[in-house]
Design a protein around this ligand. Structure first.
Ligand SMILES: [Zn+2]
Length: 182
C-alpha cells in the first residue's frame, strides 16, 4: 500500500484518508476539500482533478470571506442567501467563513428535492437534495431534522417538513428550477 498522500506527499494516518481514482488523499487534504463530496465524488477524481478541486477551494475562501447574506434560514444546516449577488451558502456551523463553506450560485441550481428516508428502526429522516450544474460540487444533500429517526406522526417530523419547505421557499422566486416534493 502507498503510505504517502498522493496530493501533498505527507504520511497517511490510520483513519480519515480517502481513496481517489489513482491514489489516496490524507486526512489533512480531505479537510481542505468540500464537505459535500461523497465517497463516489472522491473516486471519480484522479490526482489532477483533486488538485484542481483544492485550487477551487482556495479561491472559495476569498469569495466566502466577502460573502454577506441578506437573508438567513436557520436550522440544523442554515441557508444563507445573497440574492443580489446570486449566491448562497449552506452550512452546519455559524462560522461558515472559517469553515470555508462553499459559495454556490443560483444560476447553477438544477433541481431541489425533499425526500424521506426510512431507517432500520422504521423511523424517518427528512433530507434535502440540491442538484447543481457545477463542476466541483454537483450535489448537496443534507438531513433537515436535528435528531435522526422521527416518527411520521410526531410534531418533530412536522417541524422538519416545515423547515424543508422554508428552504425551498427561500429559492422560490428563482426561475427555471424544478421542485420535487415528498
Ligand atoms: Zn495530503
Amino acid at each position: 500500500m502507498d503510505k504517502k498522500c498522493s496530493i501533498c506527499g505527507g504520511n497517511l494516518t490510520e483513519f480519515g484518508n480517502k481513496d481517489i481514482k489513482n491514489g489516496v488523499v490524507c486526512r489533512y487534504c480531505v479537510k481542505k476539500a468540500s464537505p459535500w463530496l461523497s465517497d463516489e465524488d472522491y473516486l471519480r477524481r484522479d490526482v489532477k482533478a483533486f488538485k484542481k478541486h483544492l485550487e477551487y477551494r482556495e479561491k472559495n475562501q476569498q469569495i466566502v470571506d466577502s460573502f454577506e447574506p441578506e437573508r438567513t434560514i436557520e436550522g440544523k444546516y442554515s441557508l444563507y442567501l445573497d440574492r443580489d449577488h446570486g449566491e448562497f451558502v449552506i452550512s452546519k456551523r455559524k462560522d461558515y467563513k472559517k469553515d470555508n463553506a462553499d459559495v454556490l450560485k443560483y444560476k447553477d441550481l438544477k433541481e431541489l428535492t425533499i425526500f424521506e428516508e426510512k431507517d432500520e428502526t422504521g423511523n424517518y429522516n427528512l433530507l434535502m437534495d440540491i442538484q447543481l450544474k457545477n463542476k466541483e460540487i454537483d450535489n448537496v444533500c443534507f438531513r433537515v431534522n436535528e435528531f435522526p429517526g422521527l416518527e411520521r406522526e410526531s410534531k418533530e417530523y412536522k417541524a422538519a417538513l416545515d423547515k424543508a419547505y422554508e428552504y425551498l421557499n427561500g429559492f422560490n422566486e428563482e426561475d427555471g428550477i424544478y421542485f420535487v416534493e415528498v
